[in-house]
Each structure stands twice: as structure tokens, then as C-alpha cells.
Ligand binder design. Structure first.
Ligand SMILES: Cc1ncc(COP(=O)(O)O)c(C=O)c1O
Length: 440
């Protein structure tokens, strides 16, 4: 057998890497990345849904450098803190006060941010109402890879090898109008999938259900865009049965939909919010879990000495990460990046829909919200599946200088939020060409 590679990449086929080697990206600038042979690509996926302010931003690098020179790291355990972590906490409180958030717990990734949220929920209900411990997630959801986050996630291929996962978790269908089990083809959407949450809570017994976790728009599951009133209906159901609502903002937060959070975009105030990715635009690994004041207050009521929440990561509140996040947020604000996303919202959707019109035999759905887009491909009976076609189209796009990401039968797009209109339309043109070649 050939020697295994020294680097075992995440969600990577060792076989493929052993056969072809990895595609090595050496440098990046703006919305473009360059491989080891000098080939240029437009990164229409923002790395992995996250380089919101684009690559090579000197102000972020400088802020990180200055912070690393002053204090590279010191723990935040046991009552210590550092200036950038304190400043970032205040900044996040002011940004997300409107969503009801009061305090933030830092970690190192989206998985850890969600793991933290699930543990906060567990302990909160142990204090308030110990019979509430079950969690509800959704099919096709992605919340991370740690066992708790994976247990509430719903992409079967990611779960299978690690069963049994947490057992007290239930899953409801995704609000996926393309594969809706609730109404006949062509009938208008009634958002009946939201009611499935209520049915599940009632079946399980409201006194046993602790929380429901959702991405405002499901990303890795194939950019599943819910009906506009879906999240508000979910909120109302959670309120009715005292179920906490966790909004996983790891992709949707920090401008992806043209708002600071996906929940705000849909007009909903969650009980907990989790962030990572766009929080630093990838300049440093950082996760954040935010909660309402009432939640932290419940922890204060416990009769105990020492930490009220016995949880934390070595790098919680990393000063260099906090400095990166602050500089990233400053760019989002100063350059009015959210307004830019709002301006591109309609043109991007129109461009994707025109792709559908031109390739109606191949494309069954094309849609977007903010700068999060989807183009779903049909499979053929006995021939290639939608998923193999999407993988083929993404490979052809890459050969033509654009990086997009297949998720099942969907080509997903999530470019840096600073992308200009010309580059965005170029991405769509390249997809057009790839689909044209696929149809032939
Ligand atoms: C919605 C969502 N939540 C959580 C995560 C996990 O984040 P991380 O990979 O930083 O652990 C991801 C990663 O893609 C995500 O898309």
C-alpha cells in the first residue's frame, strides 16, 4: 500500500490525496486565491463560508501583530481577562443587544460555540426545571463535529460512523421546499414544516424538551432557504412550550444575509446565538456563544462556590483572536459591507434564476439570500445523480478559475462579502459555462 500522507485533512479523501495530491493554495488577496503553480481562482465560497471581508486585509494583520507583540496569550480561566477580549465582549453586546443578547462566552470554533450552547442549556434547565433535557435539531443541519454538536446535526453521512450519538435528541425535517413532505408539488408553501416542531414537542412532552437549534439558513446541508415567516413561527412555538431557541449564526452571522445576524434578518430574537467563521473572517479561529441576561442570572442563583459553569477551552478569549475580530468588525462597519450585501441581494438572485432558465433541464432550483446562493441540479434515472453532476460542475468551474462547493445535488456559493458586481457576475458566467458543458 502507498504511504499515507503526513497531512490528514478534514473531510478529505485520503485516497484522492494519495492519487492526485492536495491543491495547495499559497496566497490570497481580496476575493482571489492563488495555487502553488500560480493559477488564480475567484473564491466564490469565501474559503468555507467565512472570509467575509476578503483576504489580505492589512488592518487585521496589523492588529493581530500588535496584539501578539504585547500579549500573545494568557488564560481567561479563573477570573483572568485581557483587554481585547473585554473590548470584543462589549462590542458584541452592543451589536447583538437588539437580538436580546447580554453576555458572551468565547471558544475556538463553531463546533465549540455550539457545544457550549448545548451545555449552557443543559445546566440552565437543571437549575430551573430538571425534567427538560431533550434537544431538537433538524435534518440536513450542520452544527459541527464534536459529539454534542454532531448529535443535533442532521447530515446522515457525517453521523453514521460515530453512532451512537447523544440519544435524547430528535430531528424534524428541514424547511426544504424542493423536497417537501408536507404538500403536493406546485402547491403554495404553508410553512407546515414549522408545525412539525410543535408536534414533536407535544409527542415528547413539553416538560422534557430543553431547546431547539437551527441555522437561520442551513448552509452545509445545501443552502436551504426557509419560507420568510418560518423562523418567527418556530419562535412562537418555542415560547408556547418554554423551549429555548438556539440560533446557529456560524454562517449567517456577520453580514452573510445582509444583516448582523440571520435571526435579525428573519425578525426573531433567539435565547442563545452561536458565532464563529465571519466573526474573524478566518484571520484567527474564534467561536462565541451569546445568551440573554436571564440565562446568566439563573446560573448566579445556584448555591455553590467557584465557577457557576464548569466549562471552557484553553484558548477561550484568545487576545490575538479578539484583536482580529475587532479589526474585522471595524471593516464591516467602516466599509458599510452589510449595505453592500443588501445591494447585491436582488441582482445575485436574478442572475442565479437566469441560470435556471437557461439550463432548465439540468437546474431544478436556483435561489439566494444575501450572498448565500444555491443551484440545485436534477439527477437522471439510471444516469448521473444530481450530486455527481454538482461535483462535476464544481470541478469544471474550478478548472475555469472559480471555486464553488458542491453539497449533495446543490452547487453552493458564499463569496467574500466585499465581492464586486463584476466578479460576482463572472462567477455566475463560469457556472453557466460549466452547466452548458455538463448538458452536452
Ligand atoms: C452552521 C455551522 N455551525 C457550526 C459549524 C462548525 O464550525 P467549525 O467548523 O468552526 O467547528 C459550521 C461549520 O461549517 C457551520 O456551518
Amino acid at each position: 500500500m502507498a504511504q499515507v500522507p503526513a497531512l490528514w485533512g478534514p473531510f478529505t479523501s485520503l485516497h484522492d490525496v494519495m492519487e492526485h495530491g492536495p491543491l495547495v493554495i499559497e496566497r490570497a488577496e481580496g476575493v482571489r486565491v492563488y495555487d502553488g503553480e500560480g493559477r488564480e481562482y475567484i473564491d466564490a465560497h469565501g474559503g468555507l463560508w467565512l472570509v467575509n471581508v476578503g483576504y489580505g486585509r492589512q488592518s487585521i494583520v496589523d492588529a493581530m501583530f500588535r496584539q501578539a507583540e504585547t500579549l500573545t496569550w494568557f488564560p481567561s480561566f479563573g477570573g483572568f481577562a485581557n483587554p481585547p477580549a473585554l473590548k470584543l465582549a462589549e462590542k458584541l453586546r452592543s451589536l447583538f443587544e437588539e437580538d436580546g443578547m447580554a453576555t458572551v462566552f468565547f471558544s475556538g470554533s463553531g463546533s465549540e460555540a455550539n457545544e457550549t450552547a448545548l451545555k449552557l442549556v443543559r445546566q440552565y434547565w437543571r437549575i430551573r426545571k430538571p425534567s427538560k433535557f431533550k434537544l431538537i435539531g433538524r435534518r440536513q443541519a450542520y452544527h459541527g463535529v464534536t459529539l454534542g454538536a454532531l448529535s443535533v446535526a442532521g447530515i446522515p453521512g457525517n453521523r453514521e460512523a460515530f453512532e451512537p450519538l447523544l440519544t435524547q435528541v430528535r430531528h424534524i425535517p428541514a424547511p426544504d421546499h424542493m423536497h417537501c413532505p408536507f404538500h403536493a408539488d406546485g402547491a403554495p408553501c404553508t410553512a407546515a414544516c414549522a408545525d412539525e416542531l410543535e408536534r414533536t414537542i407535544l409527542f415528547e412532552g413539553p416538560d422534557t424538551v430543553a431547546a431547539f437549534i437551527m441555522e437561520p439558513v442551513q448552509g452545509a446541508g445545501g443552502v436551504i432557504i426557509p419560507p420568510p415567516d418560518y423562523m418567527a413561527r418556530v419562535r412562537a412555538i418555542c415560547d408556547r412550550y418554554e423551549v429555548l431557541l438556539i440560533s446557529d449564526e456560524v454562517i449567517c452571522g456577520f453580514g452573510r444575509l445582509g444583516a448582523w445576524s440571520g435571526a435579525r434578518f428573519y425578525g426573531v430574537k433567539p435565547d442563545l446565538m452561536t458565532f464563529a467563521k465571519g466573526l474573524t473572517s478566518g484571520y484567527f479561529p474564534l467561536g462565541a456563544t451569546m445568551v440573554r441576561a436571564e440565562m446568566a442570572e439563573a446560573f448566579l442563583e445556584q448555591a455553590m462556590a467557584g465557577p457557576e459553569f464548569r466549562h471552557g477551552n484553553t484558548y477561550s478569549g484568545h487576545p490575538v483572536g479578539a484583536a482580529a475580530a475587532l479589526a474585522n468588525i471595524e471593516i464591516l462597519e467602516k466599509e458599510h459591507v452589510l449595505e453592500h450585501v443588501q445591494r447585491l441581494d436582488d441582482p445575485f438572485r436574478a442572475a442565479l434564476r437566469s441560470v435556471r432558465e437557461r439550463h432548465h433541464d439540468l437546474v431544478v432550483d436556483a435561489d439566494s439570500v444575501g450572498l448565500l446562493g444555491r443551484v440545485e441540479l436534477a439527477g437522471t434515472s439510471g444516469g448521473p445523480t444530481g450530486a455527481s453532476r454538482a461535483a462535476g460542475a464544481a470541478a469544471a468551474m474550478r478548472a475555469d478559475g472559480v471555486i464553488a462547493r458542491p453539497a449533495g445535488a446543490v452547487i453552493t456559493l458564499s463569496p467574500p462579502l466585499i465581492i464586486g458586481e463584476a466578479d460576482l457576475f463572472h462567477v455566475v458566467d463560469v457556472m453557466d459555462r460549466a452547466l452548458g458543458a455538463l448538458a452536452r
